[in-house]
Design a binder for this molecule. Structure first.
Ligand code: PCA
Length: 205
């Protein structure tokens, strides 16, 4: 099974993005039955999706697992749904890495309002919990870059009717980030890697 894993560069106030390290770590792993490919995406509206879809077209993977940071979360959270909206709230300080702050914009003006993940998210969560990894389904990927990426991927699969699994998983902050911001919920990079491996194994079950 050909599996494409993606992650994001740092954004906002955070100097690092733990999914970037996660991507480097999974790139060194051998998983029987899986041919792994990795891709780091920019935290820029539209470009995140363009780069991902370029790789999808070139690789034609059987499955795509996109990974991103959701600082403040306590578990690894596969997303259930992506919504057709790009929105950076005015009061939020987090423009994308090119300074874009879209407001009330559709990702695809002709696309459906929402698209469900094509990954076996419930099985992934159950399998991670069985391995004592904190995990839960999330019902909102937000309206920022991760949602943009997930929606664009699912919309592409929908439009081209591809036999491809795809979806998005948010990870908590790393322990290093929690040292800099006391009180921030965190998870070790080792546990994140273990969780990602469990999710890849779940695809092949
Ligand atoms: N998390 C952000 C964008 C990049 C990332 O890792 C998000 O949740 O949209």
């Amino acid at each position: 099974m050909k599996v494409l894993i993606t992650a994001f560069e740092a954004f906002g106030e955070d100097a690092t993005n733990p999914t970037e390290r996660l991507l480097a770590d999974i790139g060194k792993e051998q998983i029987t039955g899986a041919e792994l490919h990795t891709l780091l995406l920019p935290v820029v509206f539209d470009e995140c999706a363009d780069r991902l879809l370029e790789a999808v077209r070139a690789l034609q993977p059987d499955a795509v697992i996109c990974c991103g940071l959701a600082s403040g979360r306590t578990s690894i959270t596969p997303e259930q749904i992506a919504i057709n909206l790009k929105e950076v709230a005015k009061e939020s300080s987090v423009a994308d890495n090119n300074g874009n702050r879209p407001h009330d914009e559709r990702i695809n003006p002709d696309g459906p309002d929402g698209l469900f993940s094509l990954l076996p998210i419930r099985k992934m969560v159950d399998n991670m919990k069985e391995q004592a990894i904190p995990a839960a389904i999330s019902y909102s990927a937000g309206t920022y870059i991760c949602n943009n990426t997930m929606y664009a991927l699912l919309d592409y699969i929908r439009i081209h009717q591809l036999p491809m699994l795809g979806g998005f998983v948010h990870f908590p902050a790393s322990q290093e980030m929690a040292v800099a911001k006391p009180g921030l919920p965190s998870m070790s990079q080792e546990t994140m890697l273990k969780g990602l491996k469990v999710m890849i194994h779940t695809l092949m079950q």
